[in-house]
Write a protein that binds this ligand. Structure first.
Ligand SMILES: [Zn+2]
Length: 94
C-alpha cells in the first residue's frame, strides 16, 4: 500500500501512507490511523469495535453474494455503525 497524501493538519508536507497502525482503546474499540513521518501528526482512518469487525468478517465471507440486496444491507449497516462509532469516539462524550 502506498497512498500519497498531504499533511494538511500539520506541517503541510507531502508524504506517502505506507501502512495503517492500530491502537487498542477501551471496550474493544480499535483505532486505525497513520502518522505524518515529518511531524508525527496522527490521522485517524477509522474506528472499529467487536460488532463492526464481526460484521466485516460476515461481509467478507459472503464474497460475491455481498452484491445482493442482503449484502448491500449489511454493508450499509457497517457504514452506519462505523460513522456512529467515530462520532462517539471523537465527540469525547458517551
Ligand atoms: Zn506533518
Amino acid at each position: 500500500m502506498s497512498i500519497p497524501t498531504i499533511c494538511n493538519a500539520g506541517c503541510n508536507k507531502q508524504f506517502t501512507i505506507e501502512k495503517f497502525e492500530i491502537e487498542q482503546m477501551n471496550d474493544g474499540v480499535e483505532q486505525t490511523y497513520f502518522e505524518c513521518p515529518h511531524c508525527k501528526n496522527r490521522y485517524v482512518a477509522f474506528y472499529t469495535d467487536p460488532e463492526i469487525r464481526k460484521l466485516q468478517v460476515n461481509i467478507r465471507n459472503m464474497g460475491k453474494s455481498s452484491q445482493t440486496a442482503k449484502g448491500v444491507k449489511l454493508i450499509e449497516k457497517n457504514k452506519r455503525l462505523m460513522n456512529d462509532l467515530r462520532k462517539k469516539m471523537e465527540g469525547g462524550q458517551p
